[in-house]
Design a protein around this ligand. Structure first.
Ligand SMILES: Nc1ncnc2c1ncn2[C@@H]1O[C@H](COP(=O)(O)OP(=O)(O)OP(=O)(O)O)[C@@H](O)[C@H]1O
Length: 318
């Protein structure tokens, strides 16, 4: 494959993305890995054709000795690939939930505050396939199976239809050596095992095309979800109480979305499918049952054909 041919898939994806979401100036989040370096090259190439300035942002988590050098090298590599500017953002990784989650929070927060509009991320079709598979396995509902969104301001993900192999091929053709994150090969992480063990086995058993099929499924599901969310948005959910009788004839999938918005708007949090179904039963399977407890210290009750929410203490009469 010639150099020019190797660059085509990534550049084409970025060109399509920029045409669909025209913007003045944008930034590219560069980790130094193959995906984001290939993205930086394509963003610079396509951005310059549109007369845009392209800046790379590299976050230094400061977690390993030499992380500063890795970040500076990533910035240097991005400059070498044509971006107009490259900036290293040192962050402090603190807070709950394990070091990986804390690093992720710090990274996204730094990118969000430094970004000038849209920040492009290098997630590929394989990342999308892994996300969908993880969501399926954990039963965490259609929202997670629908995967990552290509356009989710301030984030943009132009490479969600591009296989990871294409970003590797682009880097090889450009003569850059991407940085390999040691976390990406550590089998203690579920995602790493999905990538290294599960997906290759699925590809083998199903004779290929699995990552593409999962990514396609995510897109279809996301379109359906967006439609249902838009329909649910037509119901008023900003009032203290909800008219259960009015909701009764509404199809349950739509009804649960309306209930979700109402509950979240009134202080509920961490709602599972089980919670939503239990609240929905107050509408769709009403037989005079008692209140339903939901996270956020709340209990939902139905009285005189309307749903309302009380604090648990009040419901207990304390
Ligand atoms: N240190 C970093 N500096 C700047 N951008 C980064 C850095 N690490 C990751 N990114 C950006 O995020 C993209 C996704 O990276 P990666 O898959 O490692 O992150 P992640 O934590 O798994 O993200 P997510 O959890 O959103 O999938 C990269 O392609 C790159 O654009």
């Amino acid at each position: 494959m010639s150099t020019a041919e190797a660059l085509i898939p990534v550049r084409r994806a970025v060109r399509g993305f920029l045409a669909a979401h025209p913007r003045v100036d944008f930034d590219v989040a560069v980790s130094g890995g193959a995906d984001s370096l290939a993205l930086a090259e394509a963003a610079a190439h396509e951005g310059h054709k549109l007369g845009l300035r392209v800046r790379a942002l590299v976050v230094d988590h400061g977690l390993q000795p030499g992380s500063g050098r890795v970040a500076r090298e990533a910035a240097e590599a991005a400059r070498g690939l044509g971006v107009d500017e490259a900036e290293v953002l040192p962050v402090e990784v603190t807070g709950a939930g394990g070091v990986e989650a804390a690093a992720r929070r710090a990274r996204y927060s730094a990118l969000r505050s430094k970004g000038r509009g849209l920040v492009l991320l290098g997630h590929t079709r394989d990342d999308q396939a892994e996300t969908v598979l993880l969501g399926l396995g954990r039963g965490s509902g259609p929202r997670s199976i629908a995967g990552m969104k290509p356009f989710d301001p301030p984030w943009g993900r132009p490479l969600l239809d591009v296989p990871r192999a294409a970003t590797r091929a682009a880097c090889a053709a450009l003569g850059v050596e991407p940085w390999e994150d040691p976390f990406n090969t550590d089998p203690r992480f579920t995602r790493v095992r999905l990538r290294a063990e599960v997906l290759p086995l699925l590809e083998d058993v199903l004779s290929g095309g699995v990552a593409a099929a999962l990514a396609r499924t995510a897109t279809q599901l996301r379109e359906d979800l967006e439609t249902l969310d838009a329909l649910a948005g037509e119901f008023r959910t900003d009032e203290e109480t909800l008219d259960a009788k009015e909701l009764e004839p509404v199809p349950p999938a739509l009804r649960r979305r309306v209930l979700r918005r109402w509950l979240l708007g009134r202080g509920a949090c961490d709602l599972s499918d089980g919670h939503l179904r239990a609240v929905d039963a107050l509408v769709g399977e009403w037989r005079g049952q008692g209140g339903v407890w939901v996270p956020g210290g709340l209990v939902v009750v139905r009285t005189h054909g309307r749903l309302s929410m009380n604090r648990r203490e009040a419901a207990r009469g304390e």
